[in-house]
Every structure is written in structure tokens, then in C-alpha cells.
Design a protein around this ligand. Structure first.
Ligand SMILES: [Zn+2]
Length: 246
């Protein structure tokens, strides 16, 4: 249910007539896909403001069968001195407000993952704005499916958010033969991922998969490989800083 794309192609205007071909070529040269003007200088949405050199683990969505799974994962990570970020779908989270409160008390960040997890670019501007506005209040927005464009970046900025995606998708959400990949598979994917995805990186996993079960192995492996993890410095608020306080 989540797209695996790590990067999206730049869109360039297609020349319609010969008369505007020169203009089209010029605009292509001028790099139409430049960073959004609303983002802070140097802000990298894939790294979410992580410039620490350490790895930020992120857990998305919700577990309908077991909502407290988030709190147990948060407790484990706090016990290892790790701060993670949870991007909760507010359609669920608003019915269990103690979960976001507990996660923040545990020292984790809790960000906006929209109200009902739609593809934001498929919505009207009004509906997309409402999805963000009704999401869990924070300063980081993780667009569902990692699906966003310039309009979503601008809407997010208007509502006080920076876009936050990821550098390493564990693909924990992708079933094979009806099964999510197990903890050892996920652990190996993180262990074998390139350094560039881990140094000041952001790892994507989900609360409804086996990712929470893989956390002990992932934390051990990252330490063994010499990576630091985002450090847990105590309770957080809805305001997630840029750069991240890792
Ligand atoms: Zn999601």
C-alpha cells in the first residue's frame, strides 16, 4: 500500500509548438525541479532535517489489531537510548490520544501522516489541505505513500509543516505469498543498505508489519556497523526542530 519509489523524476514542460520550443528548452535548463522555495535553505526532505550523521528510525501508520504496539516499540527504543519518529494516521490516533502523548513522553517525535492516508496529489487542493489540517498536529508531514509534489510542499509550508520522507525503505509493507517479510529479512535489508542511506539517514518501517519485531536486531546491527542512532534526550513536543535534535 506504500510506494517504494525513492525519487521521482523531474517534470519538464513538453513543447507544444515550435514557437515555444526555445522557451521550453530554456526552462528545462533552468531546472524546473529545483528545491521548493518554501523549504529552509539546504533542507532535504528525504533526510527530514537530519544532519547529525546518526540514523533516524521512523514507524508509520497504525496497528489496528494492537494499537499499543507503538508504545511498546517506543519503550524498547527509549530503553536503548534511541529517539524515533512515529507518523500516525490521525483517523486512528485521534481515538487513542494517549498513544501520541505517551510516545512524546518516551522521547520520540510524533508527526503528521494525514487524516485518512490518501494520495494527496490525487485530491483537490481543498481536500488535500483538509487532510493535512486534520492530521496529527506537528511540524513534520510525511505524505502517505511518499507521494507529493510542489503543491503538497507549498500546502504543507502554508500549514506549518516540512515534508519528511526517507532515505531507506525497508519494504516491510510488501507482502510475498500473503506474508509480510520477517524480522530477519528486514534486519538484513537495513544491514546491507548503503552507507549513504544510513549516515544522517531516515529508515522507513510500519507499525502494522513485522518492523517493530525487527527493531532489536536493527539497533544491534547499526551499532555493530559503527552507526549512531538518533539519541533520546527526553520528552518532546509537537514542534519537531530543523535541524533535528538527534
Ligand atoms: Zn503510511
Amino acid at each position: 500500500m506504500i510506494t517504494g519509489s525513492l525519487s521521482r523524476p523531474c517534470r519538464r514542460p513538453r513543447p507544444v509548438t515550435a514557437a515555444i520550443a526555445v522557451l521550453a528548452a530554456l526552462s528545462a535548463v533552468l531546472a524546473v525541479c529545483a528545491a521548493p522555495a518554501s523549504a529552509a535553505a539546504g533542507y532535504d526532505a528525504e533526510r527530514c532535517g537530519n544532519t547529525s550523521g546518526r540514523v533516524l528510525l521512523t514507524l508509520d501508520d497504525w496497528s489496528v489489531e494492537d494499537p499499543d504496539r507503538a508504545v511498546r516499540a517506543g519503550s524498547f527504543l527509549r530503553g536503548r537510548g534511541v529517539r524515533a519518529a512515529f507518523f500516525l494516521v490521525n483517523h486512528h490516533a485521534e481515538r487513542h490520544p494517549q498513544i501520541a502523548t505517551t510516545l512524546r513522553r518516551q522521547g520520540h517525535w510524533v508527526g503528521n501522516h494525514s487524516y485518512s492516508h490518501p494520495h494527496l496529489p490525487a485530491l483537490s487542493e481543498k481536500a488535500a489541505r483538509e487532510e493535512i489540517r486534520s492530521g496529527l498536529r506537528s511540524t513534520l508531514l510525511r505524505p502517505p505513500f511518499g507521494d507529493y509534489g510542489p503543491r503538497e510542499t507549498a500546502l504543507a509550508a502554508e500549514l506549518g509543516y516540512r515534508i519528511c520522507t526517507w532515505t531507506l525503505d525497508t519494504l516491510d509493507w510488501e507482502k510475498t505469498g500473503g506474508q509480510f517479510p520477517g524480522p530477519e529479512v528486514l534486519r538484513a535489508r537495513v544491514r546491507q543498505a548503503p552507507a549513504a542511506a544510513k549516515r544522517s539517514g531516515v529508515v522507513l518501517g510500519h507499525l502494522f508489519t513485522r518492523f517493530p519485531d525487527a527493531l532489536p536486531g536493527i539497533v544491534d546491527d547499526l551499532h555493530d556497523q559503527g552507526y549512531g542512532l538518533c539519541r533520546n534526550g527526553g520528552p518532546t513536543t509537537a514542534s519537531i526542530p530543523d535541524p533535528l535534535d538527534c
